[in-house]
Write a protein that binds this ligand. Sequence first.
Ligand SMILES: Nc1ncnc2c1ncn2[C@@H]1O[C@H](COP(=O)(O)OP(=O)(O)OP(=O)(O)O)[C@@H](O)[C@H]1O
Ligand SMILES: [Mg+2]
Length: 599
Amino acid sequence: MITLKNLVLRRGAKVLLDRASVVIAPGERVGLVGRNGVGKSTLFRLLDGTLHEDGGEFSYPKQWRLAQVAQDMPETDETATAFVVGGDTLLGSLREALAIAERDFERDPDDPDAGMAIAQAHVDLADAGEHDATARAQALILGLGFGTDELERPVDSFSGGWRMRLQLARALMCPSDLLLLDEPTNHLDLDALVWLEAWLKTYAGTMLVISHDREFLDAVTEVTVHVDNAQLTRYGGNYSKFEELRSEQLLLQQAAFAKQQDKIAHLQKFIDRFKAKASKAKQAQSRVKAIERMEKVAPMLASADFEFEFREPVNLPNPMLSISGADFGYIVDGEPRVIVGGVSRSVLAGQRVGILGANGQGKSTFVKTVARDLKALAGEITEGKGLSIGYFAQQELDVLRPADTPLEHMVRLAREVGANAREATGEQALRAFLGSFNFGADMIRQPVGTMSGGEKARLVLSMMVWQRPNLLLLDEPTNHLDLVTREALAMALNQFEGTVMLVSHDRALLRSVCDEFWLVGRGSLAPFSGDLDDYQRYLLEESKRLREEARGVAGGARAPVVAPAAGRPGKAVQADPGPAPRATDAGAAKRARRAARAG
Ligand SMILES: Nc1ncnc2c1ncn2[C@@H]1O[C@H](COP(=O)(O)OP(=O)(O)OP(=O)(O)O)[C@@H](O)[C@H]1O
Ligand SMILES: [Mg+2]
């Protein structure tokens, strides 16, 4: 049981939790939700012991083993498989115990204790699932989207996002009683995300997951803890249930508030009328007190409303881009390596394209090339006159300078591109602009390095909006953003007059923004005629195809490529749960919705 009682937690000048209490029972799967910057990640730091409470009580069973995704980028030349196996800390310590026992035995072969210790170590190792550790690790790695040819590649040869996936695999590999996941879907694409959902459903311990992805939360959690107003509120149910319960609560609160306001107005009228009259002064006075005594029902928080809009583009070239016979990819050892080839397409003004594609098929490569961060290997990309690209990529968060404040970032941006952005560049104007993105007076001077993930992402977004683009290239723009901000982004994109090309694993965003999909896969790019449910089915078939291909390749290999079991030792779970039931469910749900709409 995890118990927080009257807990106080501070960070800098902010009081993140103020006498907050909550209880979580063993085995519960909890979604920890709340706006950007309310202190969710900080709460994890309390649970893992890196931070201490500033007041109140906090406890969970001492014997609980805790697993979480390390925040740092792994730097090691270990192979991906070895790195993930290393996540099983129990196995590591048992192997060490065996080595010690063997050394003792060598020193004194007649020592009966040493012999026993060796035997015991072997039993423990078997119990801990040593025999299939490699297979379990590889199942995790493949499930998270790596190819079979990458299992033995050194960790530091992978890009940042992929290394973070290995960190996630390592955390899942660790046998644990409490699993902490802080926005685990940020580095995943849709197919790895669906795989992770299925895996987490088989996890037997207590799980706390921070996420802003509604569909993901609905799939993996059954309890929701909401961080709001420095309080923790527990709701029995997944995210959708929580939203339902909370909006009912807010409505009730709103009604109670309105009623109370009426009463106050009534009393106030009395007071105003009679306070001057000596004979009635006493009654008026008691009514003043009545108002004071009346417990103020908090009004519905207006702070939940956040909106922004993209400025009207200065011009709208049509077509925005013409791509003809272009190859996309990289130069490896002086040789061109084409990832997506032979692309001929036009991008028109006002088009809303969702770019789909399984892991590593080249979505980002394509977008990066259009954004001019990479050169096309062949063919031509002709840009319309006056094209102004707004490019948002995940690694964009890295371009923020940790020591600088939001205001300093804006001042620098204004200096660099101010001339062609047609925006006021004075400090006053920049402050006002930041204010419209919820960076108040207190935050515009906070070093970016101390801000939460969502706060940083919102800053990057605001910097993009400020540049008045007419073509938006958004590569996973919703990572870190809370739901209110995501909805604000979806709204803003819907009103945007320019063109949008969007890569996202946020199904809700794809659904609400895109009119058409392009599919990157098997080395080419083509329009995808189906909807997102069709796409999930496509992913399923594609991963089956790749698995079969892999089985063919690995036929004679030493380690089995698709492992028989994952999760805790001794627990019978499906290693590769596969998204099959989900895809069908989604399809059924959609059909039901369609039927309901038709009826
Ligand atoms: N050293 C610090 N000095 C001042 N403020 C800080 C410091 N560290 C964190 N904060 C603030 O504490 C708040 C909580 O941060 P935290 O990372 O826990 O938020 P979060 O709920 O995880 O948000 P997100 O959803 O964006 O990840 C943020 O507003 C952040 O700016
Ligand atoms: Mg956080």
